[in-house]
Design a protein around this ligand. Structure first.
Ligand code: PLP
Length: 487
């Protein structure tokens, strides 16, 4: 019937087909190349040049997913995907997401779906002790957490709160005055500079503080000097963004020292732990967030390494009042008794858009399916594989470590120099047997091996190491030393 959705009966039938399709895709993913060369425009060339006038059976869509889209995708869930950071999309989270979409609720206000807000608040609170975060981030202590779509958004929201905080509360009316300064290191994620542009203070408000040449961590003395200089010049230090696990090399900024400085000057400290933060589910990694009790806001992505399909970033603040004062605008059509009672949280006031998905459900699916024990095993497995991999690199004649490894991230380069390193990455990626990505730090080209895939096992890491050595050997380097084959 034109204009009609699937009947529940059709949904049942097609839904089973879709679930079977996904199960089959995941079951056989390892048989696929992780990525293949795709010529720009080649996918579009296979797509119909007009939209159907009459509705089509769902099978037609599945055929195109199979035949047209799959060959044009990079298989991020492949166990030999080592690029960027992991983007775990566990099947448990996929089911949680399906439930959430099936419910189709909007959680913009508490009153538009009370359970959506309350589950989200509850999970954010339960994760405070589970991740070893300061109690001040929990609701009971006057703080609170939420789920947003990305750390980039969390960084923006934190900056808006910081601007409000630095203006003694009149930023929402007055806007910025171009004296604002945000402190980052050269390794801070680019989303912070983008946030400064969106917030209207511009890229010139972002001051890059020197970092340690060996560890790439922000230098506390340099931060202190930069703040003092700006204050003396009449500028307005608004926020320090410290990163725990930088994108390029996994560097860890000194959160405690930054926090002490921020506390002295009333500056907002935001800690971006997008990738590394979830590792503190294991107590042995909590030293990475030492000093976090001094932070005003903190974010980490469940959608990177904590088994939850994109999108699922957790953001906590110990000052929710500042955040909501900065962002709340209440038009008549959203007024309701619950909001006015002050007894509920309306998450629309914690984010940029009004509408919001019920993301907490997929996170809950993950937390319940795996349990904290399962999450710890997931993280620990990768960390131990990464430290083994790093030991092979360190012992090799062909490669060297290019930065201190952190958790599941190992950065390396070929001993032959930047061109050799770049060529090796291109050749490994061209095999389709693994995917790696690169970065440039202090002018040197390096490879990043991010171990953290949903199903990445030792054999995949061994195979990558063999591949790297073989490619190195066939392009002018010494013979493979065979470290992985002896393991
Ligand atoms: N912050 C850091 C430190 C990151 O490493 C990344 C991405 O890798 C981001 C922010 C952006 O993450 P998202 O995709 O969640 O916006």
């Amino acid at each position: 019937m034109p204009g009609q959705d699937l009947t529940p009966e059709e949904f049942r039938r097609v839904g089973h087909q879709v679930v079977d399709w996904i199960a089959q895709y995941r079951e056989t993913i390892e048989q696929r190349p992780v990525r293949v060369e795709v010529k720009p425009g080649s996918v579009r060339a296979q797509l119909p040049d007009r939209l159907p006038e009459r509705g089509e059976p769902f099978d037609a869509l599945l055929d195109d997913v199979d035949g047209v889209l799959l060959p044009g995708l990079v298989h991020w869930q492949h166990p030999s995907f080592f690029g960027y950071f992991p983007a775990n999309a566990s099947l448990a989270s996929a089911l949680g997401d399906l439930l959430s979409t099936g419910l189709g609720v909007q959680g913009m206000l508490w009153s538009t779906s009370p359970a959506a807000t309350e589950l989200e608040q509850h999970l954010a609170d339960l994760l405070v002790p589970a991740l070893g975060l300061p109690a001040a981030f929990g609701t009971a202590a006057g703080g609170g957490g939420m789920i947003t779509e990305a750390s980039s958004s969390a960084n923006l929201v934190a900056l808006l709160a910081a601007l409000h905080h630095a203006s003694d509360g009149d930023w929402q009316a007055r806007g910025v005055d171009r004296r604002e300064v945000v402190y980052v290191s050269a390794h801070t994620h680019s989303s912070m500079e983008k946030a400064a542009r969106i917030a209207g203070i511009g890229s010139t408000a972002v001051r890059v503080v020197d970092s340690d040449p060996d560890t790439a961590a922000m230098l506390p003395d340099a931060l202190e000097a930069a703040v003092a200089e700006d204050l003396a010049a009449g500028r307005r230090p608004v926020m320090v963004c410290a990163t725990v696990g930088t994108t390029s090399t996994g560097a860890v900024d000194p959160v405690r020292a930054a926090g002490e400085l921020c506390a002295r000057h009333g500056i907002w400290l935001h800690v971006d732990a997008a990738w590394a933060g979830v590792a503190t589910v294991c107590p042995e990694f909590r030293h990475l967030i030492d000093g976090l009790e001094l932070a005003d806001s903190y974010c980490t992505d469940a959608h990177k390494w904590l088994l939850t399909a994109f999108d699922c970033t957790l953001l906590w603040t110990r000052r929710p009042g500042v955040l909501t004062s900065a962002l709340a605008v209440v038009p008549e059509y959203l007024r309701n008794a619950a909001s006015e009672s002050g007894a509920v949280v309306d998450y629309r006031d914690w984010q940029i858009p009004l509408g919001r998905r019920f993301r907490a459900l997929k996170l809950w699916a993950v937390l319940r399916w795996y349990g904290l024990e399962g999450l710890r095993a997931h993280i620990r497995g990768h960390v131990s594989l990464a430290s083994e991999f790093a030991s092979w690199v360190a012992a090799s004649d062909d490669f060297e470590l290019a930065a201190p490894p952190l958790l599941g991230l190992v950065c390396l380069r070929a001993r032959g120099g930047d061109d050799a390193t770049r060529t090796i990455m291109e050749r490994v990626n061209a095999t389709g047997r693994a995917v790696l990505t690169h970065t440039v730090v202090d002018g040197r080209y390096l490879l990043r091996v991010a171990i953290g895939g949903l199903n990445t096992e030792r054999r995949h890491v061994e195979a990558l190491w063999r591949e790297l050595q073989a490619v190195r050997a066939s392009h002018g380097g010494p013979e493979p030393s065979g470290a992985a084959s002896s393991t």
